[in-house]
Design a protein around this ligand. Structure first.
Ligand SMILES: Nc1ncnc2c1ncn2[C@@H]1O[C@H](COP(=O)(O)OP(=O)(O)OP(=O)(O)O)[C@@H](O)[C@H]1O
Ligand SMILES: [Mg+2]
Length: 225
């Protein structure tokens, strides 16, 4: 499949279980090597061997299973693998103070009520999403890939997560939103891409489509548009 992402645009990526959505975003995030084809970022071809390389390009992913550490605080999860240190040489220690402060700022920017010192294991699904999304804002992300961020949370929390997506979009980030939930995609996305059995069967403006058409494309009742 071939497609383009635009800065400040939300693309809904839809398709049935096993259609290849997660596999596709994992390739963009450097988790999987594509067996063929090319990826370009701002016109330049990029080749990634590891997720850290995707991050260096400004590509961040929120995985389907979130991949958070339940026994740690919100702030520690935001900085997981990118911990701040202070001091010099062998005397370097983790700079918790700055990490708590910076995490607090990011939650505020996202208009999330999450508190940096709260333990993730005590959080609701929506709050966990906020922590995972805050992780993507540590560096200057250009692309944020979100795999089913609203699958396992309550109605009220869905609205919060959709707001977080709008915050990312308003910062000029290109967002890919994988979702099975038609209302989410039709509320927040500018474009919808539908995959079926590993192929793209539709790529169009939300305003030019409808939930009925997308359902037909997902199931195969409609071949391709
Ligand atoms: N390199 C590969 N070659 C062949 N099959 C693959 C390869 N990589 C992944 N698959 C298969 O492709 C399918 C796509 O899975 P994927 O997790 O991407 O689906 P999904 O659209 O995210 O589904 P869900 O909605 O259930 O999360 C899976 O059956 C997976 O085992
Ligand atoms: Mg998936």
């Amino acid at each position: 499949m071939s497609f383009t992402l635009e800065a400040g645009q939300v693309v809904g990526l839809m398709g049935d279980n096993g259609a290849g959505k997660s596999t596709l975003v994992k390739m963009i995030a450097g988790n999987f090597r594509p067996s063929e084809g090319t990826m370009r970022l701002e016109g330049k071809e990029i080749v990634m061997h590891r997720p850290v390389e995707a991050r260096q390009h400004g590509i961040e992913i929120v995985h389907q299973d979130l991949a958070l550490c339940n026994n740690l605080t919100a702030a520690a999860n935001v900085f997981l693998g990118r911990e701040l240190r202070r001091g010099i040489g062998p005397l370097k220690v983790l700079d918790y103070k700055t990490m708590y402060r910076r995490a607090g700022e990011i939650f505020k920017e996202l208009k999330s009520e999450t508190r940096p010192r709260d333990l993730v294991k005590q959080m609701s699904g929506g709050q966990r999403q906020a922590v995972a999304i805050a992780r993507t804002m540590l560096s200057e992300a250009k692309i944020v890939l979100m795999d089913e961020p609203t699958a396992a949370i309550s109605v009220r929390q869905v609205a919060e997560v959709l707001n977080l997506i709008r915050e990312l979009r308003d910062r000029g980030i290109a967002v890919v939103l994988i979702s099975h939930r038609m209302p989410d995609v039709f509320t927040v996305a500018d474009r919808v891409i539908v995959m079926r059995r590993g192929r793209k069967v539709a790529d169009k403006a939300i305003a030019a489509s409808s939930p009925e058409e997308v359902t037909g494309l997902i199931t195969g009742a409609i071949e391709q548009v």
